[in-house]
Design a protein around this ligand. Structure first.
Ligand SMILES: Nc1ncnc2c1ncn2[C@@H]1O[C@H](COP(=O)(O)OP(=O)(O)OP(=O)(O)O)[C@@H](O)[C@H]1O
Length: 475
């Protein structure tokens, strides 16, 4: 009689993985994952092996990356291993450093980041975000630490564990924009991505996949549907390749419905770990996504029917940080985050965003009137009026007023002197963690980046690893 394989909690015990990869040191870990450097035995290719401990996060990441494989500014998924009862292991291209390290290093050196370099970093980020948004994928956790950088200066969006697909792809640039877009990005849109470019995987996109985005399923049910759809999809792949047609009939599940998530006045102080998975089967999204410093105001006010624009807010925060080398809104709690935004932009009113009063927590959270908001100018000292206006086009209350990635890719800023430098001329730090040993406090603040935690309201905490796990001390 055949016995089921024992449940594996460690990548090191997975025969199918060690047969193909040498697993080296752990290079990072996140809320849901451990990431190891690895070497593909067949050709010595360096890879990152990401063991994802949360099935929903794994599913989202695989699904999104499969749809985005033809964009030079999205991390490459080489293959993945995923069997029922085991954590998914994603084999990704290995990228040694990230934009957070670029900013940290620039801060320590005189002169910061040269303008031509700033522009090249921005263009690469825009290209990656635009690819996501063309495919109606909202990343939901854009921040410098999730923008990985290769040794030769190529920036790639990574960590799609919180990504959601809002509806079928089909948003295609108009032809006028397309030309200068291609000039700025070097990226030619291929409406039908090479779905078979991911060895060992089948695409999950197109008909019926929206049914997959049910969030309250058990792991077993999730996996069963995953396998079923993979099989179904496999049968359809050949037809898709021949016709190049995407099914445009499926509706936008995520943006078309109103939340039925409990109206909990304390919701905005939840950790996203606690509420993640709150996207429900009716399409309502959880507001507890992303890292606080980069989180759009609609999320902070508890919105559950937001769209791609939450990424554009994050983009504005990242651009501002590239220009000043300081985080724009480094909030220490969700309320503080909103307070900081309001002190700069002024109070959120129907004048600036007509439907803001529909935000679930709009009336629950109130701030004293700010007589004189400082304005974004004060946050971007010594930057040109045009650069300030660029940030303003993203960091604005009404999501409908935020510039799209495509619009910005075509902005004259990138065609004016100083021109964006070639990627090969970008300054890439030697390591990811080359932080200034003299200022550990500052580094810790940055490293935390306002990540949500149940402990936020308890003041500083001291977390230590112990032989049996970790201990937390409130001071
Ligand atoms: N492709 C890669 N190449 C090199 N290092 C990587 C790669 N992907 C991830 N890492 C490292 O592993 C860390 C965790 O990865 P990632 O952010 O994707 O995981 P996560 O669990 O989703 O994290 P988070 O808690 O930020 O959501 C990253 O900060 C990075 O240091």
């Amino acid at each position: 009689m055949e016995h089921p394989l024992p449940k594996s909690w460690s990548i090191h015990t997975r025969p199918e993985i060690v047969a193909k990869y040498e697993i080296m040191e752990r290079v990072g870990s996140g809320a849901y994952s451990d990431v190891y450097r690895g070497r593909r035995l067949s050709d010595n290719l360096m890879v990152a092996l990401k063991e994802v401990h949360d099935y929903q996060s794994a599913f989202r990441e695989i699904e999104a990356l499969q749809m985005l494989q033809n964009c030079p500014n999205i991390v490459v998924l080489h293959e993945y291993f995923w069997r029922e009862d085991e954590d998914a292991v994603l084999v990704l291209e290995f990228l040694r450093t990230d934009l957070a390290a670029v900013i940290r290093e620039a801060k320590r050196k005189e002169g910061g980041v040269r303008l031509g370099e700033v522009k090249r970093w921005m263009l690469q980020i825009l290209c990656g975000v635009d690819a996501c948004h063309r495919n109606m994928i909202v990343h939901r956790d854009l921040k410098p630490g999730n923008l990985l950088v290769s040794d030769d200066g190529v920036l790639k969006l990574a960590d799609f564990g919180q990504a959601r697909i809002l509806m079928e792809p089909g948003f295609v640039a108009d032809n006028d924009n397309q030309q200068s877009y291609e000039q700025n990005t070097g990226y030619q849109e291929n409406i039908s991505p090479p779905l078979d470019s991911v060895p060992g995987t089948d695409s999950l996109q197109n008909p019926g996949y929206n049914n997959l985005v049910e969030e309250d399923m058990s792991r077993e049910e999730y996996f069963r549907q995953f396998v079923e759809l993979k099989a179904k999809r496999h049968a359809m792949d050949e037809t898709d390749k021949e016709t190049n047609i995407n099914d445009g009939n499926t509706s936008c599940l995520a943006t078309g419905t109103i939340s039925d998530i409990e109206d909990d006045p304390l919701k905005s102080s939840y950790s996203y770990e606690a509420e993640e998975g709150g996207d429900d089967e009716h399409g309502a999204l959880t507001s507890c996504v992303g890292t606080r410093w980069f989180r759009a105001p609609e999320l902070l006010y508890g919105s559950t029917d937001y769209g791609l624009e939450v990424d554009l807010w994050s983009l504005g925060c990242i651009f501002s940080e590239l220009l000043t080398l300081e985080p724009l809104f480094p909030g220490i709690s969700d309320i503080d985050q909103l307070g900081r935004i309001i002190s700069v932009l002024g109070k959120l009113t129907e004048e600036v965003w007509p439907s803001c009063c529909k935000l679930p927590d709009y009336r629950t959270i109130s701030f004293a009137k700010i007589e004189k908001p400082t304005g974004l100018e004060a946050c971007l000292p010594n930057r040109s009026p045009y650069e300030i206006s660029l940030v303003k086009r993203l960091v604005c209350y009404d999501p409908a007023n935020r510039a799209t990635a495509m619009e910005l890719l075509n902005d004259k800023y990138f065609n004016e002197e100083p021109l964006p430098v070639p990627t090969s001329e970008l300054h890439v730090p030697l390591t990811k963690n080359d932080h200034d040993e003299d200022s550990p406090g500052e580094w810790n603040d940055y490293n935390d980046m306002g990540s949500d935690s149940d402990f936020d309201d308890f003041g500083p905490v001291n977390v230590r690893t112990t032989s049996s796990g970790f201990s937390i001390q409130f001071s």
